[in-house]
Design a protein. Structure first.
Length: 174
């Protein structure tokens, strides 16, 4: 993500591009995978303190650019960079997650699996599928087909509910 995608005054981030590793060395930045992925996220509202953290990071980067004997690479503009201003490798987050799993003594899972777990937890907690899908940058159809597994108990409960007929008094028609 680049600084230009962050509105510190409004506490929002515009998700407008994705960066991926191509061949183990080169990266590519392109439009998000789907139209649902291109959106504005109210980061300060979701995680209070994010704007203050980003302001400190931006100030620190400005200091590092001006530091004597520092070879800061110009023109990139990425938010998360190494000491030379180069963007962090996309796979670095998965690598770090693996290290944290090992250190915590928990089973090693892919970082993307955490997304599946979050989606299922939101579903089981009663989050509306449209809201959960929006939070994960998916359409409702993708959310339901990819992240919410079908199970026999759910199908049985739905059949019993529809056969009972008692629910029809709860349905409101406008």
């Amino acid at each position: 993500m680049k600084w230009e995608a962050i509105d510190l005054a409004r506490g929002e981030v515009v998700l407008q591009a994705g960066r991926v590793l191509l061949d183990g060395h080169r990266t590519a930045t392109d439009d998000p995978k789907s139209s649902a992925s291109h959106r504005t996220v109210p980061t300060e509202e979701l995680h209070p303190g994010t704007v203050a953290l980003l302001r400190r990071l931006k100030a620190r980067q400005a200091e590092e650019k001006l530091a004597p004997r520092r070879r800061w690479l110009p023109g990139e503009g990425y938010v998360l960079v190494d000491r030379l201003g180069r963007p962090i490798r996309p796979e670095a987050y998965s690598d770090r997650f693996a290290v944290l799993c090992r250190a915590a003594g928990v089973p090693l899972v892919k970082l993307h699996s955490v997304r599946h777990t979050l989606a299922l937890m939101m579903h089981r907690a009663g989050q509306a599928p449209a809201d959960a899908a929006a939070g994960l940058s998916h359409t409702v159809a993708v959310h339901l087909s990819t992240y919410v597994s079908l199970n026999e108990k759910g199908a049985r409960d739905c059949r019993e509910w529809s056969r009972s007929g008692s629910h029809w008094g709860q349905v409101k028609f406008s």
